[in-house]
Design a binder for this molecule. Sequence first.
Ligand code: NAP
Length: 276
Amino acid sequence: MITGSTRVAGVIGSPVRHSLSPAMHNAAFADAGLDWVYAAFEVVRGAGGAALAAMRSLGIAGLSVTMPHKDTVAAAVDTLDPAAAALGTANTVVLQPDGRLAGYNTDGAGFIASLREAGIDTSGMQVAVLGAGGAARAVIDALARSGAAGIVVVNRSAERGELAARLAGSIGRLGTAADITTADLVVNATSIGMGTADVPCDPSALRSAQVIADLVYHPLETELLRAARACGATGVDGLGMLVHQAVLQQQLWTGVRPNPAVMRAAAEQELAARHR
Ligand code: NAP
């Protein structure tokens, strides 16, 4: 039951009504017996700074941040963790007891955690990242921090790809589709396959020894993951990253690590209800 002492968290973004975060976070709060509630706040472009001021004045304990506010929020908070500072984007804000706002980016660490959950250690791996947008940049930064041996960025726009590859420092470079076959891990961080049966690369480039991770989670088994399965490769779906970035957020707000399985079940249930 919501009472006068219930702590409030939420997500700011636009559009935000489609977000799976309320279902995941509220399920985990309930599972852990925490007196917290999580809501979705539609905050229009340009109002991210005002939302942070409201967070302070209303005492909202934690925020998730989604498009189009990730850059604004990173620039406006009092402190940033290393990933948020490197990317210039924050997906998480914590209201600290002294009133200061701490910004974090848990997207990349969430991706690494989703691979770890699948028994995959990225240290020493050669990685091909398809895409160079916000999701790709978070993944590249996290892979470099987690000891990947080399990261090749394959992107439609070479200029954007080059900028993303720079996040990996000396182990990063811009590549071509020819680099996909030789990678240990291939990550689809483009929006190709989202709600369609399109694939971001030629399926014949995939090999059985590879790990293929798709950040797209609708459908859960994308055409790329289907192709990975068909050739005997290990596939990792995009819902794991979504769940684990949320696990890290909730832990930052409450100090309690939520159960990833509870969050995943809530997200799957919500997705199934929408596409029934
Ligand atoms: P974004 O910033 O808009 O970047 C999109 C990327 O896809 C760019 O690299 C773009 O290439 C490429 N792209 C789009 N359409 C293409 C096409 N037809 N052909 C070739 N390349 C194309 O998007 P984002 O925020 O990074 O998100 C990317 C995907 O990751 C989305 O599907 C999103 O749902 C998913 N995502 C998943 C999670 C998760 O937790 N699982 C988290 C974040 C995002 P150009 O640079 O050339 O335009």
